[in-house]
Design a protein around this ligand. Structure first.
Ligand SMILES: Cc1cc2nc3c(=O)[nH]c(=O)nc-3n(C[C@H](O)[C@H](O)[C@H](O)COP(=O)(O)OP(=O)(O)OC[C@H]3O[C@@H](n4cnc5c(N)ncnc54)[C@H](O)[C@@H]3O)c2cc1C
Ligand code: FES
Length: 387
């Protein structure tokens, strides 16, 4: 019972008609991770191997006098059986961490460097709810994550200051079907397929706002690295190319030409290094400061959430507010304020802009777009100033 990651992988026992399992919560196996459409693919796979798949139903009770004789389902149905495998998920064991005063919320909360809320304490693996530069806080229950986070935490204990930014990855084998999954599909708005579901050789891509959030290659090998590049790059992809098996995955990840920006490949993106990935992700996924601009004092500058976007806001000494897009027009990194020079600087390749967004220094060529400032945001400052 259970239709998450572990129970469906129990094969029907040799010489028996088949084990039965069902989803207690969702309408399809693996629905929580893969969504309904791909989940149904797995339901069919198991049905094809003689498994009686029941979805949308929980377990009411076990029945039997001295040993198991049946499982009673929540819909009243009774399934006769002489053994049951329960695979209904695990909970992180955090009592020790809680008693130590660490911030615990779906695991031990750690920052990008895997350090907990109490400095000097680190967490890695299944128990760590780690802030990922692309996906935000996520807790991952997979072998590769446990393998790689441990050494990363150790390096940071020794002062390395490296964010843990590996793309989440797992593998699984079910009957004659092997798969690898890279990324994190939660929040994706669309699933598209490259290859043929019927032949069971395909890649499923989960897209979020036109960008690849996750990819799963099924009986298709040697593509994980390219899929992870797309996930890490977070560039908009051309879906026609993505779903065309003849189009090389390595050449995907170009931004939509309609936006008038130069095309870039995922490979080129990766060459930019860790600062770039981090600042690029921060521009799109980092939490924005929701402080109203009216609270900025004269001479103060901050990146604030304004008019649905991240705005670089600066209130000059005379109280006027200057608000421009906080996303560098060169390759899309989040810019920082330089108090010494009163400029917005991009840490990725050194572009520099004045407080009205004009380019002072390239490689950026286009100015930062002006952001609309509500009258109340301006008025409040004026009122405070006049007060
Ligand atoms: C049935 C099953 C199948 C799986 N299949 C796959 C798969 O196919 N692919 C995949 O990628 N992943 C798979 N996983 C997940 C993978 O096994 C885990 O993600 C990985 O083992 C986590 O490693 P970890 O070191 O973080 O935690 P664990 O392996 O759980 O180790 C934690 C250790 O800490 C100990 N511990 C807990 N509390 C304390 C305490 N207070 N003091 C001292 N010690 C303590 C525990 O006893 C345990 O030994 C599977 C998991 C299960 C259960
Ligand atoms: S992204 Fe290259 S300078 Fe800003």
């Amino acid at each position: 019972m259970g239709a998450g990651g572990s129970a469906p992988r129990w094969p029907p026992p040799r010489g028996r008609r088949g084990s039965r399992w069902q989803s207690s919560q969702g309408q399809a196996p693996l629905e929580r991770v893969l969504g309904g459409e791909v989940g149904n693919f797995f339901a069919d796979l198991h049905r094809g191997h003689g498994v009686d798949v029941r979805t949308g139903v929980g377990v009411g009770s076990f029945e039997g006098s001295s040993e198991l004789e049946a499982v009673r389902l929540s819909d009243g149905n009774r399934i006769e059986c002489d053994f049951a495998v329960v695979g209904v998920g695990v909970m992180p064991r955090t009592d020790l961490a809680e008693r130590a005063g660490l911030d615990v919320q779906n695991g031990i909360r750690v920052d990008e460097r895997l350090e907990a809320s109490v400095p000097g304490i680190f967490a890695a693996g299944d128990v760590a709810n780690a802030r990922h530069p692309i996906f935000g806080p996520i807790r991952i229950e997979h072998w590769a994550n446990a393998l790689n986070q441990g050494p990363a935490a150790a390096r940071n204990m020794l002062g390395a200051e490296h964010p843990y930014d590996r793309v989440p990855y797992f593998f699984s084998d079910q009957y004659d079907l092997g798969l690898e999954y890279s990324g994190f599909a939660s929040g994706a708005d669309r699933v598209v397929f490259r290859g043929d579901l019927e032949s069971r050789e395909f890649i499923a891509f989960w897209l979020s706002d036109g960008r690849v959030a996750a990819g799963m290659n099924v009986n298709t090998w040697g593509v994980s690295e390219a899929i992870q590049s797309l996930v890490r790059g977070q560039l908009e992809v051309d879906v026609e190319h993505l779903t065309n098996p003849a189009f090389p995955l390595e050449d995907l990840g170009t931004e939509r030409p309609t936006r008038g920006r130069p095309k870039r490949s995922a490979r080129e993106f990766l060459r930019q290094g860790p600062t770039f990935s981090k600042r690029f992700a921060a521009a799109r996924f980092g939490r924005a400061d929701k402080t109203p601009a009216s609270e900025l004092g004269p001479g103060e500058a901050r990146v604030l959430q304004m008019d649905g976007q991240k705005a670089a806001c600066y209130r000059d000494d005379s109280g006027d507010l200057h608000a421009v897009s906080a996303v560098c027009t060169h390759m899309g990194c989040l810019i920082d304020w330089s108090d010494a020079d009163k400029t917005w600087d991009c840490p990725c390749h050194g572009s520099r802009f004045d407080s009205d967004g004009r380019v002072i220094q390239g490689p950026a060529k286009k100015p930062l777009e002006e952001v609309h400032v509500a009258a109340t945001e301006k008025a409040a400052a004026t009122t405070r100033e006049s007060a």
